[in-house]
Design a binder for this molecule. Structure first.
Ligand code: PMP
Ligand code: GLU
Length: 396
C-alpha cells in the first residue's frame, strides 16, 4: 500500500492527553493513583449552565447552526470580552469553534502556508508545536528559562524573526508555566510584531485565573495596529469548568474571521448547538462561580508551591496564573530512585507514577526538558496526598 501522508504520520500524540488516559485507566483498574496530568478543572459545570443546555435540548435546539456559531453566542462573547478585557469587537469579528485547541488550529490555518515560520516561546503547551507542523509550518522555538521567569523578551523575539516569519504564538497566562506577562512586557513584544509585520495568535484561555491581585492585559487591547494583527483565542473550558462541552472562540479582523469561518464551513460544519446555548448562559449569567473557582485555585497554588519548595532537591517558582507549576528536577538527574535511573524528566515522571502512584507530565514535550508539570486543578486532598507521596518518593 502507498505511504500515509507525511505530515499526519509525523504528528506525535498529545502527552497531556496520554498521561490523563493512563491515570484514568490505572484508577479504573483499582490502582490508587493521584492524577496531576491534564489541566482540567475538577469542578462540575455550574448548574445554571447545565440547565440552559437541558432547555436547549427540550426546545429542540438540536440542529446545525451557522458554521462560525450562533449570533447569540457571538454577541455574548463580545459583551464578555468588553466587560472583562475592555475590548470592542463586533459579532462579525467572532468565530466560534469546537474548543480553544481547535481555535489554535483554525488560526494557524488562516495564517500559515507551508514553509512559513511560526515563533513559539518555550516552555510551550505541547499542542502548539504539533499544530504548527500539522499546517506545514516551521516552528521556531525561542527559549525563556526559569531565570527569566519563563518569559520571552522583545529582544529575543526580534532576533528570531526572519523574512519567512508569519506569526507568533503567545500564551498568556501560560500553560505550562503559569507565568503572566506584564503590560510593559507585552507592549515591548507588540512593538516588535508591528514593526516586523507579523501576526500574533494570542491564546488567553486562562485569563480568568489570575492570583495575587494580578490583572489580565489582553494583547489586542494594546492599540489598533496590534489588534488588527492579533487573533485572540479564548473559551469556556477553563473559567467555567466546561472542558467537555468543546466551545472556544476566536476574535480578529473581519477579513481573518471570514477566512476562518469559510474553513470551518467545510470542516466541522458547526460547533455543537447545545454546547453553544450552554456557553451563552456561561458568558451572560452570574459570574460568581468563576470567582469561587479562582479562589480555590489560588489556595491550592499557595499550598503546592510551599510544599514543593520545602522539599530537598526540587523547586518551583510561584506562578501568577493558570493552574500549573513547573517543578525543577535538575538535581534529580543522575540519581537512582527506587532502582530507577533518572536521566530525564520522562524518567522522573515514569518512576514517580510507578513507585509513588502520582501522575505528572514531563516537560520534554513542552520545550523544558528538566521540568515536570503538575496541574493543581484537583482537590486539596489530592494535592496533599500527591505532595506526601512525592516527599516519600524523593527519599528513594
Ligand atoms: N490553550 C491552552 C493554553 C490550553 O492549556 C488548553 C487546554 N487544553 C487549550 C488551549 C484548549 O482548551 P479547550 O478545552 O477549549 O480546547
Ligand atoms: N490543556 C490541558 C493540558 O495541558 C488539557 C489537555 C490538553 O488538551 O492538552 O493538560
Amino acid at each position: 500500500m502507498k505511504e500515509l501522508a507525511q505530515i499526519a504520520s509525523a504528528v506525535q500524540a498529545s502527552s497531556t492527553m496520554a498521561i490523563d488516559s493512563l491515570a484514568k485507566q490505572m484508577k479504573a483498574d483499582g490502582i490508587d493513583v493521584v492524577g496531576f496530568g491534564a489541566g482540567e478543572p475538577d469542578f462540575n459545570t455550574p448548574d445554571h449552565i447545565k440547565a440552559a443546555a437541558d432547555k436547549a435540548i427540550a426546545d429542540n435546539v438540536t440542529r446545525y447552526t451557522p458554521a462560525s456559531g450562533t449570533v447569540a453566542l457571538k454577541e455574548a462573547v463580545c459583551k464578555r470580552m468588553q466587560e472583562d478585557c475592555g475590548l470592542t469587537y463586533k459579532p462579525s469579528q467572532v468565530v466560534i469553534s469546537s474548543g480553544a485547541k481547535h481555535c489554535v488550529y483554525i488560526a494557524l490555518r488562516a495564517l500559515v502556508d507551508p514553509g512559513d515560520e511560526v515563533i513559539l516561546p518555550a516552555p510551550f503547551w505541547v499542542s502548539y508545536l504539533e499544530l504548527i507542523k500539522m499546517v506545514g509550518g516551521k516552528p521556531v522555538v525561542v527559549t525563556a528559562g526559569e531565570a527569566a521567569g519563563f518569559k520571552m523578551t522583545a529582544e529575543q523575539l526580534a532576533a528570531a524573526i526572519t523574512p519567512r516569519t508569519k506569526a507568533l504564538i503567545l500564551n498568556n497566562p501560560s500553560n505550562p508555566t503559569g507565568m503572566v506577562y506584564s503590560k510593559e512586557e507585552l507592549e515591548a513584544i507588540a512593538k516588535v510584531c508591528v514593526e516586523k509585520d507579523i501576526y500574533v495568535i494570542s491564546d488567553e484561555i486562562y485569563y480568568g485565573l489570575l492570583y495575587d491581585g494580578v490583572k489580565s492585559v489582553s494583547f489586542a487591547s494594546l492599540g489598533d495596529e496590534v489588534k488588527e494583527r492579533t487573533i485572540l483565542i479564548n473559551g469556556v473550558s477553563k473559567s467555567y469548568a466546561m472542558t467537555g462541552w468543546r466551545i472556544g472562540y476566536l476574535l480578529s479582523s473581519e477579513k481573518i474571521a471570514k477566512v476562518m469561518a469559510n474553513f470551518l464551513s467545510h470542516s466541522t460544519g458547526s460547533p455543537s448547538s447545545v454546547s453553544q446555548a450552554a456557553s451563552v448562559a456561561a458568558l451572560t449569567g452570574p459570574q460568581d462561580c468563576v470567582e469561587e473557582m479562582r479562589q480555590a485555585f489560588e489556595a491550592r497554588r499557595n499550598y503546592i508551591v510551599e510544599r514543593v519548595n520545602a522539599m530537598d532537591g526540587v523547586s518551583c517558582i510561584k506562578p501568577e496564573g493558570a493552574f500549573y507549576i513547573m517543578m525543577n528536577i535538575e538535581k534529580q538527574l543522575g540519581r537512582t530512585i527506587h532502582g530507577e535511573t533518572i536521566s530525564s524528566s520522562d524518567d522522573f515522571s515514569a518512576a514517580l507514577l510507578k513507585h509513588g502512584l502520582v501522575a505528572t507530565v514531563p516537560c520534554s514535550g513542552f520545550g523544558a526538558p528538566n521540568f515536570v508539570r503538575w496541574s493543581y486543578a484537583t482537590s486539596m486532598d489530592n494535592i496533599k496526598t500527591g505532595m506526601d507521596r512525592l516527599e516519600e518518593f524523593l527519599k528513594g
